[in-house]
Write a protein that binds this ligand. Sequence first.
Ligand SMILES: CC(C)(COP(=O)(O)OP(=O)(O)OC[C@H]1O[C@@H](n2cnc3c(N)ncnc32)[C@H](O)[C@@H]1OP(=O)(O)O)[C@@H](O)C(=O)NCCC(=O)NCCS
Length: 409
Amino acid sequence: MTYPIRPIREAEWPAFAGVLEEGFGMTPHPSQDARWKAGTEFDRTLAAFDGDTIAGVTSVFSLSMTVPGGALPVAGVTAVSVLPSHRRRGILSSLMRRQLADVRERGESVAALYASEAVIYGRYGYGRASANLSFRMRTQGTEFVAGAPHDPSLRLRVVKPAEARGDYEQVFAAVAGLRPGRYLRKASFWDDVLADGEADQQGAGALRSVVAEDDGGVRGYALFRIKPSWDANGVPDGELSLRELEAVDPAAYALLWRSVLDRDLVSQVHAVSRPVDDPIVALLADPRQLRAGWYDELWVRLVEVDRALAARAYSAPVDVVIGVEDAVCPWNARRWRLSADATGAECKPVDDEPDVSLPVTALGSAYLGDGLLAAQLGAGLVREHTPGTVRSLAAAMAWDPKPWAGLTF
Ligand SMILES: CC(C)(COP(=O)(O)OP(=O)(O)OC[C@H]1O[C@@H](n2cnc3c(N)ncnc32)[C@H](O)[C@@H]1OP(=O)(O)O)[C@@H](O)C(=O)NCCC(=O)NCCS
């Protein structure tokens, strides 16, 4: 059975959103639904129809994403859901194929997404490309190492989040280009970050904020919620949920973390989605206090392997013939010679014998610099024909800092 697919009209939003609500089992507040709708690029939505019923949906945000050495237009895949009555009939597969064709036609060479379940998207050529850490730490025992930066010209200022948006945007614009995976935030993304109705608070308290600044202006900000409480013995036991902490330099970064960890009446800090190489790991004298959980974050799909590989920078020179396997985007399935050095990169179709053969997912995993190729070789998922090739390709594709998007889309 086939289900015709087309973008929706704005008037069809309630039915489109209804499929998302059913799939995820969620009940958005009207204000959340309105923000969601406002951020939707209707010409990039896709809906699969069973007669008049929308049975499956997806959409794309047109992102500008940082990649090693620059930034690229990236298709930010979002809003994926199929009605429970229609699952496992191939609707997601047909939506994904159509979407990849549309993305290619639009000229984007890379697609990226956050997955609700890690097992879903590998079959469509997406590889896990970044990870994040979640910390749940007691504030006691979180002293910094000797030599942690301290700038006496810096001071903290308590601000109301709704009034400091311009400062956040300015700090964010200064840091977004420094780390692969970060993407420029449209107004609707900031609306989401700063949303603070009862439904957004989810019992964690109102959104609060401090900025770090000197006479020249704001150098960083922390956004968080606090749930105050006292234990049975009357000992303060509040929990601070850190939403964002961004700074343009190490001294502002350290001061903001201290303000979070030293907050009166707070005994634990919960920080969701921090980068795997978050400098806080180096700042804490006892990093065991972080009690970190590890999660997959962005999944990346090279929609056009040659254009994507030529569009990023490399950490070391490399010259390698890669045999790419790609059943979903057959235009990628061939041999490519990737040559890169400090002056640039090119990726050309060739008929030479491959030095390495790999599924397109492996290139998606390595694309933002997370350095996963060696693990894929060890796992037997990448086949090396010329000894040493994977090691040199992995070294060239690795990047510091490690990729991290930081904000779910
Ligand atoms: C995930 C979801 C979109 C899948 O839609 P679907 O139309 O049932 O998927 P398809 O029928 O096209 O399945 C394609 C393949 O993926 C597999 N698959 C799909 N979802 C899967 C899941 N959650 N776990 C494991 N396998 C899954 C199917 O078994 C099928 O495998 P096959 O090709 O080997 O037969 C749907 O189950 C859903 O809406 N889930 C809840 C919302 C959600 O998680 N959305 C994803 C947001 S990132």
